[in-house]
Ligand binder design. Structure first.
Ligand SMILES: *Cc1c(COP(=O)(O)O)cnc(C)c1O
Length: 386
């Protein structure tokens, strides 16, 4: 019975063209990948600085494994915490301008752990409607009342905060929205957090390494500092490795270490990974040339795309979405690009709102100007044919 129902649910995904499949890469992450025996030019990854297959990082990981072995052997609070984890946390805290940082195995786990550690039953969470799924899940785990405000709408948020009589309040936002590429109004959000005595959690998954001076992230770019601001950055995107960190006031970080269940009840990430990440932060800090090449590619794509029906969303980040609208048309365009040797993901509801299906183009500093021209020409051509 249960299995029959599940099989019917799977068949239903097929009827609605919503079943997802994976492509297996047979080469390292980069602009040119081999998939199913074909070479493709890819605009899909979040490897914005081209570090995921960087040789210096490969050597750092190798060196880390020789020094520390492969596994940590236990959770951080038992015996799975190593000196190199401490060194990484200290480096990350200084880099983003906070007192202390805590390293998590993944960004999903960081978000699922931070929110329930800070608020609970009887409290209130205020979340941007377009926040990442991990923040939505983290908010549900708090058991607090969750209020979702219209995307980047400070006026609506202010109204919601003013009418709340919750004991404790927490505002949570992506800094760079992962399907739109736009940047949250962080100064305005912090001003509201101060006025209504709320925490402000900022998820900088797509800003860390890319935005701000030396890639220190969106909070550094906006020059904000406050004990009530809790910064989360991920280390599997621009940093090119894996994991995430939370940074802020030392007492807040100490509390997360005591209470975040996704930190406490999991095996510590391999210390060799922390060693590779120390090198990655060095490369990010010294990466102005990588970032300026990337900024050039973003400007180039925007000037070479000549679309009339399809809408290029206003974004200054490496996430450059082209909204097509209709699900079937979006899938057909992605398919035509694929046949042309270009890999761009089609994003459909429920990941994005109904009627706003899109191509999510991501640029990396590893792309060349020629790569970007090839993509722009292919899209211009497909739009006129459609
Ligand atoms: C990717 C992402 C995460 C999750 O980070 P992982 O390290 O991949 O688990 C969290 N928040 C946002 C906005 C993301 O884009």
């Amino acid at each position: 019975m249960l299995l029959d129902q599940l099989q019917a649910d799977l068949a239903d995904l097929d009827t609605r063209a919503l079943r997802r499949t994976r492509r297996s890469l047979d080469s390292p992450c980069g602009p040119h990948v081999r998939v199913d025996g074909r070479e493709l030019l890819a605009f899909c990854s979040n490897d914005y600085l081209g570090l995921a297959a960087d040789q210096e990082l490969v050597l750092a990981l190798q060196d880390g494994a020789l020094r520390w072995g492969v596994g940590s052997g236990a959770s951080h609070l038992v015996s799975g915490h190593y000196a190199v984890h401490d060194a990484l946390e200290a480096r990350l805290a200084t880099f983003v301008g906070c007192e202390r940082a805590l390293y998590f195995s993944t960004g999903y786990m960081a978000n699922a752990g931070i929110l329930p550690a800070l608020v609970g039953r009887g409290d209130a969470v205020f979340a941007d409607r377009l926040n990442h799924a991990s923040l939505i899940d983290g908010a549900l785990l708090t058991r607090a009342d969750v209020h979702r405000y219209p995307h980047v709408d400070l006026v609506a948020l202010e109204r919601m905060l003013a009418s709340s009589d919750a004991r404790r309040k927490l505002i949570v936002t992506d800094s760079v929205f992962s399907m739109d590429g736009d940047v949250a109004p962080l100064a305005g959000l912090l001003a509201l957090a101060e006025r209504f005595d709320a925490w402000l959690v900022v998820d900088d998954a797509h800003g860390f390494g890319v935005l701000g001076p030396q890639g220190r992230g969106t909070v550094a770019e906006a020059a904000l500092a406050s004990w009530r601001l809790i910064y989360m950055g991920t280390l599997g995107k621009a940093a090119g490795v894996a994991g995430a960190f939370v940074a802020g006031h030392a007492d807040v970080i100490e509390w997360l270490l005591q209470r975040a269940r996704t930190y406490i009840f999991t095996t510590g990430a391999p210390p060799a990974v922390a060693q590779a990440l120390l090198k990655s932060v060095d490369l990010i800090e010294a990466g102005d040339a990588r970032r300026s090449h990337l900024a050039g590619l973003i400007a180039q794509l925007q000037s070479e795309l000549r679309l009339r029906r399809w809408q290029v969303l206003p974004s200054r980040t490496p996430i450059q979405p082209v909204v097509i609208g209709d699900n079937a048309e979006t899938v057909a365009v992605a398919r035509a690009l694929w046949d042309d040797g270009l890999w761009v993901p089609a994003i459909r509801p429920p990941t994005v709102p109904a009627g706003s299906a899109r191509l999510r183009i991501t640029l990396s500093t590893s792309h060349t100007q020629h790569d970007v021209t090839r993509l722009a020409h292919a899209l211009n051509e497909l739009e006129t044919r459609a």
